[in-house]
Design a protein around this ligand. Sequence first.
Ligand code: NAD
Length: 243
Amino acid sequence: MNKIDQLQDLVDKSQKIVFFGGAGVSTESNIPDFRSSNGVYNLKLNRHFTAEQLVSRTMFERYPEDFFDFYKKHLIYPKAKPNAAHIYLAVLEKMGKLEAIVTQNIDSLHEMAGSKKVFKLHGSADRNYCLGCHRFYDLDAFLALKGPVPHCLDCGKVVKPDVTLYEESLDMDVFSQAAQAIQQADLLIIGGTSLVVYPAASLVNYFSGSNLVVINKSSTPQDSQADLVIEGKIGEVFSKLRQ
Ligand code: NAD
């Protein structure tokens, strides 16, 4: 049996599938990941700071102009559309086979594709809150705020994207619900993630079900534990499955 047939067979016989993914799920929607050769960490920025430093709480607080300039240019893609991977996972949920998506992504392409149960470990670029009065701004309203640093239209304090920066902790409610979903899954599909960002990556250790699949363009730390490893583009792989 080839690997696509093996994956189809595993999907067919599973009832509680959970998908754990990352930035690689959205590269086929033209949103760059962080660690691929054409990813954000490998951009020539010509700045004092590296991309990795720029996505930290320290940068947000001490150098907000640099932080927001980098964030708006490289981390948000308001025109991106779901690709075959997002669409397939939404179909699996509608079929009653997929219990949840656990994602490290801050884009909303899973939701745009129609997925309902999405645990967003690192928050969402669609949610932005004033640090003073907590007024909410969606992505369009956030982008419409003038100036190099977005300030609240009501109270004038800085508006912060509800995304988890380095040095910030994760939302523990979301984390524990994601852990529970993974714990109860019979098939865990990991895809489009380097699995090096912690504590998010540690979640896959909660899995105790029958089959573990990894679909990724490059090798991951879970490959040796997996029942099936498919090296390739996740949208292309999923589009070969029956829908
Ligand atoms: P990463 O950049 O560390 O790793 C991406 C992985 O996906 C790599 O292993 C790469 O080989 C693989 N990949 C790339 N394109 C693929 C494709 N089409 N099919 C299969 N595999 C593919 O990303 P990560 O593991 O998610 O962790 C880094 C952090 O990146 C996360 O915290 C996330 O918040 C953030 N991030 C999110 C977005 C987004 O929201 N779309 C974009 C960039 C970074």
